[in-house]
Design a protein around this ligand. Structure first.
Ligand SMILES: NC(=O)c1ccc[n+]([C@@H]2O[C@H](COP(=O)([O-])OP(=O)(O)OC[C@H]3O[C@@H](n4cnc5c(N)ncnc54)[C@H](O)[C@@H]3O)[C@@H](O)[C@H]2O)c1
Length: 307
């Protein structure tokens, strides 16, 4: 297939691009490099340095004869979205709408939209969070992801656009940058490599669902052919608190120091992890990499990068 990946120079998008290319797909990448790095772009992909909000995206989709769009580009920082909701809205909502409009006019076969299981449900009443739970985002980033999902569904209803929505939990792994939803993994590993003590906030009790990027890339590969017009949680379904995460990092890296303690951070959701039964059943997708193995791979990556 000929696939356009937006945000393909970023952490997750570049891992998805590598997997697609290794399976024989042809990949075109659009990224404005605001956060991504040209180093991450697969040599076999065709790269356009372009903003998601640029109307010329229509011409690229047409010229490249794109069949599938895999939409990863976004402003991904929750704190930045709180500080500047207009910037978040401009990139995540208007950018997505621009892309959907170009997709529909070019009669794209499939649109894979990347959403966030860590924010669209807010602080869920019960855990693990299911796709059927109330959608109740608590910050502008989550609101923009919900808006994106709703626009995708509108284009599907109005113009017959086929879509898949993937709601990731906290993704970590090679090429991760420290400010994303699972930024804590990259932050802790980098600190231990620099011999600095990481800070654990609020007693380390915050619970998250940490999923390895290779497993996430596999969910995208499967979504090229399955999961029509549906949404899926993509996580492990396993709750891990920050203290447990730090213990695993210590075990893997051999780091011996105790962490510094910081206050509970205002605005942090206390606990979230995802029910992945639906993705297992309909996509026949299963996360394969344990947290310990994934952290080891991430550690080896950062160690090599630091040289
Ligand atoms: N990292 C996580 O844990 C996580 C969890 C849930 C959902 N997501 C979603 O996954 C996607 C990828 O996230 P990531 O962690 O790889 O982040 P990332 O910042 O590494 O990747 C995003 C990419 O989009 C590009 N980009 C940003 N704004 C752009 C614009 N206006 N035009 C063109 N390109 C632009 C950036 O340069 C970057 O390369 C995002 O949609 C994010 O919301 C991530």
């Amino acid at each position: 297939m000929k696939i356009l990946i937006t945000g393909g120079a970023g952490f997750i998008g570049s891992n998805v691009a590598d997997l697609f290319i290794s399976k024989g797909h042809r990949v075109v990448i659009i990224d404005n490099l605001s956060m991504g790095n040209i180093k991450n772009v697969n040599k076999k992909a065709k790269f356009y340095k372009m903003d998601l909000r640029d109307k010329k995206i229509f011409n690229i989709i047409k010229k490249e004869k794109i069949e599938v769009i895999n939409h990863h580009a976004a402003q991904i920082s929750v704190p930045d979205s709180v500080k500047n909701p207009f910037m978040d809205e401009d990139i995540n909502i208007k950018g997505t709408l621009n892309l959907l409009n170009a997709a529909q006019k070019n009669k794209i076969k499939r649109f894979i939209f990347i959403s966030s299981g860590g924010t669209v449900y807010g602080e869920p009443e019960k855990l693990p969070a299911k796709e059927t739970f109330k959608i109740s985002p608590e910050n502008p980033y989550g609101i923009s992801k919900v808006a994106g999902e709703n626009y995708v569904k509108f284009f599907s209803k109005q113009y017959g656009l086929k879509y898949v929505i993937l709601r990731y939990s906290n993704v970590y792994g090679e090429r991760q940058i420290p400010h994303g939803e699972a930024g804590v993994v990259a932050i802790f590993i980098k600190k231990t490599l620099e011999g600095k003590r990481p800070v654990i906030f609020g007693g380390g009790k915050c619970i998250r669902d940490y999923i390895y990027v290779g497993d996430v890339a596999m969910a995208n590969l499967i979504s090229l052919n399955k999961g029509d017009n549906d949404e899926f949680n993509i996580g492990t379904g396993i709750p891990t608190d920050v203290n447990q995460l730090f213990s695993i990092i210590k075990e893997v890296t051999g780091y011996k120091e105790e962490p510094e303690k910081g206050p509970f951070r205002e605005g942090d959701i206390f606990a979230n992890y995802l029910d992945i039964t639906k993705a297992k059943k309909i996509l026949n997708w299963n996360p394969k990499v344990s947290l310990k193995e994934g952290i080891l791979r991430t550690y080896n990556y950062f160690k090599k990068e630091a040289k």
